[in-house]
Design a protein around this ligand. Structure first.
Ligand code: SF4
Ligand code: SF4
Length: 107
């Protein structure tokens, strides 16, 4: 498991010196390249905490799930607002399921 950054959607947080995802990764695994695009240094070190997935304001990061949970290639995205997190689960065949979690239940 690890994450994937969608290069089409990521805008490097507008050229911020420390993009949101880079700031929140507890393992300091994310970095911005010379083009401003973010990449993960070594996916094997990612422990799937989803902090970067939730922090990205453009929903440019998805986190892969183990095959035993979602099937091979299943991935999660998150959209965070003040009072809820909307998780979108993309199944291997492309079908999507949406789960809304009230913020007070996850904080
Ligand atoms: S899922 Fe967690 S450990 Fe993995 S890259 Fe994102 S913030 Fe870092
Ligand atoms: S938080 Fe999202 S938009 Fe900002 S640099 Fe990271 S992946 Fe790109």
């Amino acid at each position: 498991m690890s994450i994937r950054v969608d290069k089409e959607t990521c805008n490097g947080c507008g050229g911020a010196s420390e993009p949101c995802c880079v700031r929140v990764c507890p393992g300091d695994l994310l970095a911005a390249g010379p083009d401003g695009q973010v990449y993960i240094r070594d996916p094997r070190d990612c422990w799937d905490c989803a902090a970067c997935v939730k922090a990205c304001p453009r929903q440019a990061i998805e986190m892969y799930l183990p095959a035993q949970i979602g099937g091979r290639g299943a991935a999660l995205k998150a959209k965070v607002s003040r009072d809820k997190i909307i998780w979108t689960l993309k199944h291997p065949g492309g079908r999507e399921e949406v789960f809304e979690i009230e913020a007070e239940r996850v904080i």
